[in-house]
Design a protein. Structure first.
Length: 148
């Protein structure tokens, strides 16, 4: 009587095929999770910078208004933080969005959010949105300066 030990070639091929299907499914899920984390991280950084500029305006740091300019650019989107006396502006920092993340609002050009001194308000409520491969994160600034 012949007793075989081990696995047949067919059994090994079936196991390899199942593992390949699981690997492809898992990598797609993992990629989606990573992209979502990247866009959420960028959104939180924008909110943090907006809050910092509002705080600087509310305490009247250097006697200026403070704001953020969101710039849609063909070579890569970015935003700058700045102070202004109403006529002249001074850039304090420039932050470039990560590769693949783009502004969907503003759709072109730029958008300024300038907080009033002491009150921290803005003239009208506004939003800015970033997008990456179908995922979108929107930041809203109310007219009273609340950022969410």
């Amino acid at each position: 009587m012949h007793t075989s030990r081990g696995f047949s070639l067919l059994e090994l091929l079936i196991v390899i095929a199942i593992m390949a299907v699981l690997a492809v499914t898992g990598s797609g899920f993992y990629r989606g999770v990573v992209k979502n984390m990247e866009i959420q991280s960028a959104s939180k950084m924008i909110v943090s910078d907006l809050q910092q500029m509002r705080a600087k305006s509310m305490i009247g740091e250097s006697g200026y208004k403070w704001g953020v300019r969101f710039v849609k650019n063909t070579s890569g989107d970015y935003y700058i933080t700045f102070s202004t006396d109403g006529t002249n502006s001074t850039t304090t920092a420039t932050t470039t969005l990560s590769s693949g993340i783009r502004f969907s609002d503003p759709a072109s050009g730029y958008k300024d959010v300038i907080f009033n001194k002491i009150s921290g308000t803005i003239p009208a409520a506004t939003t800015t949105s970033i997008t990456q491969e179908g995922a979108t994160a929107t930041t809203t600034i109310s007219s009273i300066g609340t950022i969410y």
